[in-house]
Design a protein around this ligand. Structure first.
Ligand SMILES: N[C@@H](CCC(=O)N[C@@H](CS)C(=O)NCC(=O)O)C(=O)O
Ligand SMILES: [Fe+2]
Length: 352
């Protein structure tokens, strides 16, 4: 097998090239948009044809090069189906394999850092994305991340691999390159020997890390495989320019973009604990308080206004648009439509 570990220094992201020496076909795991020229040049120099680009998850810290590589080289983009990226040519399920010649990669669904995280096992090595980092693990505070789920993914789905399996992570912020399952089991500061599940969940809940610098741009871009905004989003910009103000966003789309959205729920406090519950990421600002509260919100962020059925949030969205917010959305059909689409809520009191 031909194998190269590549880095994007700005985001400390690893990209991996795997290729079959005989057929000269190649796979790239987690390519980075800014490094596409480098990757194309490397493939050319090594005499390789790129068949697939694989994502370990919908990244929050960098934009994928998968879509651009597809445009330039005709490769197919692949990621776990749960990532919600319509752009992906191949939507993988746990256990699915992709192969180039004798090089076979098997997807192992390992959610926790995000809900779409997937590791890939290829012979004596595993590409863990941000599920398992060297001596650590990915954070669990955005994109439906969940510490208990991450703990189980690592212990049940990664630590069950042979001890001498090489671990190649999605990032390293300290200059390390690789590890082994055996070493991580014994020494991983967060997940290794001695750290039980409850202690891990508590630790992850107390991290309080700043948001990745590129999250607003990266999550929506990666749902498009890193390609420039789709016509619908271009329309958002246009409609704002034309003074229309805000745009309705369907619940499924809003859900897929949650990691990139500033979410504001304008219902009264008692409604937040009613049968419809609330979106976990939402901050509360009852409609009457919006005129004062908006001074504290980020005017350039993608902002989603939410209420019960879309009426009050529409009025709030209009107010925001008039106050200089440039990317305002209204949750179409409100929490009624969100619940009807069976999207996740917290604090729902069903009165039973
Ligand atoms: N400073 C970085 C932070 C990147 C970050 O949060 N990385 C995620 C992976 S996408 C993570 O889990 N980091 C683990 C940690 O910082 O402990 C940035 O702005 O991009
Ligand atoms: Fe990540």
């Amino acid at each position: 097998m031909i194998f190269v570990q590549l880095t994007d220094p700005e985001t400390s992201t690893f990209t991996y090239l795997l290729a079959d020496a005989e057929s000269r076909e190649a796979i790239l795991i987690d390519p980075v948009l800014e490094q596409v020229d480098r990757d194309v040049a490397l493939l050319e120099r090594l005499g390789l044809r790129l068949r697939y680009t694989l994502e370990t998850h919908v990244h929050a810290d960098h934009v994928s090069g998968g879509g651009r590589l597809r445009e330039r080289l005709g490769s197919l983009t692949a990621m776990h189906a749960s990532g919600g990226a319509e752009c992906a040519d191949i939507k993988l399920q746990d256990g699915d394999s992709l192969a180039v010649g004798k090089v076979v990669l098997q997807a192992r669904y390992t959610p926790g850092h995000t809900s779409s995280c997937t590791s890939y096992v290829a012979g004596d090595r595993v590409f863990t994305g941000d599920t398992l980092l060297i001596g650590g693990c990915g954070r669990t505070d955005f994109q439906q991340g969940d510490a208990a789920t991450l703990y189980d993914s690592v212990h049940q789905r990664l630590f069950s691999l042979p001890d001498n399996t090489l671990v190649f992570p999605g990032h390293d912020y300290r200059g390390n390159l690789a590890s082994t399952i055996g070493w991580e089991k014994a020494h991983n500061a967060r997940l290794g020997a001695g750290r039980d599940r409850d202690a891990f969940v508590q630790l992850m809940g107390e991290l309080k890390l700043p948001q990745p610098k590129k999250i607003q741009e990266a999550v929506p871009a990666n749902l498009r495989c890193g390609l420039p905004q789709d016509p619908e989003q271009a329309l958002v910009a246009l409609s704002v320019d034309a003074g229309v103000g805000y745009r309705d966003l369907a619940p499924e789309k809003a859900h897929a973009w949650l990691g990139a959205l500033q979410v504001i729920d304008v219902r009264e406090p008692e409604e937040l604990v009613g049968p419809l519950g609330r979106i976990a990421e939402a901050q509360s600002a009852p409609l009457a308080t919006v005129p004062q509260a908006l001074a504290g919100w980020d005017k350039d962020a993608l902002t989603l206004m939410v209420c019960r059925s879309g009426g009050r949030s529409g009025r709030a969205a209009e107010l925001l648009a008039r106050s200089g917010f440039v990317r305002v959305f209204n949750l179409q059909g409100g929490m009624l439509a969100w619940n009807a689409a069976q999207l996740p809520v917290v604090d729902a009191d069903l009165g039973v």
